[in-house]
Write a protein that binds this ligand. Structure first.
Ligand SMILES: [Zn+2]
Length: 281
């Protein structure tokens, strides 16, 4: 599933490519991708002008000039790929493809494809004022790259989850928005904290290190275009490079980049968890 750096990379790409585009036609290949009312959603999108593209947590928000917002969740395998003159030469796959669910055509001939192999992703068109009332967005925790996310704030958040493991707390979207399995493992490695540690047992110094590590791994991944395991692609169909430089994620049995011991994998918070027994305690 795409996490914050992947969604941020898509959003930055789309914001530059889609601003001022006018929707000419919407082709629906799989109505389930428009869960609210496929025909009405397509009608309301037609003629709209895109103002800007933003995100909240892992939700992508495409703001339109008609006071509506197209909210997109990529879930497991969703992709938003822009096809236009600027990018056509860089896109190798044939579009629309077998996993294309929605195609939004613009009057200049460019197209935004929503591909989703597993079909868990969705697009919902909302009035802008409805956005803040969406239960899905209301439940989201702090944005880890925002000014509101300080070490002191993280300490308070972890205090509310005293008995749970620090890994489970990092994965909880109602505490911090946008961190999933990859960046939880990477942040815990960089802060030297064993993923199984209980939140109540962390010292203030460890929480400070964890706070710095979270921001560092997210920023570094954004710089590298995010992480691609299987389906993730940026707005013009390219993969991200972060996993080639990852500290522990996906490196079971390989040498730790700091101490040389083999990276181990265990199950924490119901997820496969990568860690270095030499660097984390
Ligand atoms: Zn190590």
């Amino acid at each position: 599933m795409p996490e914050l750096p992947e969604v941020e990379t898509i959003v930055r790409g789309l914001d530059g490519l889609l601003a001022a585009k006018v929707v000419a036609e919407v082709r629906v290949f799989y109505p389930g991708s428009f869960p609210d009312d496929p025909a009405l959603t397509a009608t309301r999108l037609t003629g709209a002008v895109i103002r800007r593209v933003d995100r909240r947590g892992k939700a992508i928000l495409i703001y339109l000039d008609n006071s509506r917002v197209l909210m997109v969740h990529l879930k497991m395998t969703g992709q938003l790929i822009y096809y236009g003159q600027e990018t056509a030469s860089r896109i190798s796959e044939l579009l629309p493809g077998r996993s294309t669910r929605i195609a939004i055509h613009f009057i200049d001939g460019s197209v935004l494809y929503f591909n989703d192999q597993r079909k868990f992703g969705w697009m919902k068109l909302l009035a802008e004022e409805e956005l803040t009332r969406q239960p899905f967005l209301q439940k989201l925790g702090v944005e880890p790259l925002s000014g509101a996310f300080t070490a002191g704030h993280l300490e308070k958040l972890l205090n509310r989850r005293k008995g749970s493991s620090v890994k489970a707390a990092l994965l909880d979207q109602s505490i911090i928005a946008g961190i999933g399995n990859i960046y939880a493992d990477e942040s815990l490695f960089l802060s030297g904290i064993d993923p199984d540690r209980r939140c109540r047992d962390l010292t203030s110094e460890e929480v400070k290190r964890l706070h710095r590590a979270i921001r560092r791994v997210l920023r570094e991944s954004i710089k590298m275009g995010g992480s691609t395991r299987r389906n993730y692609r940026n707005a013009i169909g390219q993969t991200g490079d972060y996993l080639t430089k990852a500290w522990v994620y996906g490196r079971t049995g390989e040498a730790c980049r700091k101490c040389g011991r083999p990276i181990m994998k265990k199950r924490t918070a119901g997820r496969g968890t990568h860690y270095c027994p030499g660097c984390q305690s």
